[in-house]
Design a protein around this ligand. Structure first.
Ligand SMILES: N[C@@H](CCC(=O)N[C@@H](CS)C(=O)NCC(=O)O)C(=O)O
Length: 197
């Protein structure tokens, strides 16, 4: 597998996921600040928006951290990192997988950009609703699926860590404790170390 990657970007989620899998992969650096580097044909074929992360696995090419995590878990760690399609946990799992890009990220943009809120008409609700939903999803924990860690935690945990890093996470013992638990995972620590070079 080839992971198109750039340090200190959302690509760290894909690295965390790959490190949890334990399958061999190669990291290909795409400096997203360099327009020439972004012309790499393999990268463009895998990433329609020209964004990292993107993945090549045999004939399969795809981009987007949530899509990658779902693909990788289903393909290489079914049951271990993603509930199987007919397990009851699969429903909650899919909700949280899409919660990160579909609710957390736009709610963060709303908060940081000072956008007008519209809980009923914005698909992500609003920042407060997103936080309340996450807090209640983390009870009883320790993970979103209780004792079962999954790639939904890779998506939601990394996004919550970005929130804390950007200084927009209000005081929340449940969310802060969750981020700390994520950071204690050796696979996440390895992904963070790669960001530092
Ligand atoms: N929804 C995508 C977003 C990826 C994304 O925005 N990546 C940024 C880096 S964090 C990027 O590649 N930016 C370069 C650009 O858009 O020109 C994901 O989660 O993978």
């Amino acid at each position: 597998m080839k992971l198109y990657w750039c340090p200190r970007t959302r690509a760290s989620r894909a690295v965390w996921c790959l490190e949890e899998l334990g399958e061999p992969y190669e990291r290909v650096l795409i400096d997203i600040r360099d327009p020439e580097a972004r012309k790499d044909p393999g990268f463009r074929a895998a990433s329609p928006m020209g964004k990292v992360p993107a993945l090549e696995d045999g004939d399969i090419r795809l981009a987007d951290s949530a899509a990658l995590c779902l693909y990788l878990a289903d393909r290489y760690a079914p049951e271990r990192l993603a509930p199987l399609i007919d397990e009851p946990d699969r429903g909650r799992f899919l909700f949280w997988m899409f919660f990160a890009p579909g609710a957390m990220e736009p709610a963060m943009a709303e908060k940081m950009g000072g956008w007008a809120t519209s809980r009923g008409s914005h698909g992500w609700g609003d920042f407060e609703t997103m936080l309340e939903t996450l807090e209640s999803g983390l009870a009883p924990g320790p993970w979103l699926l209780g004792e079962r860690f999954s790639v939904a935690d890779v998506m939601v945990g990394s996004t919550a860590a970005f929130m804390r890093m950007f200084g927009i996470l209000p005081e929340s013992a449940a969310i802060s404790g969750y981020i700390d638990r994520c950071l204690e995972r050796p696979a996440y620590a390895r992904a963070m170390a790669m960001d530092e070079g």
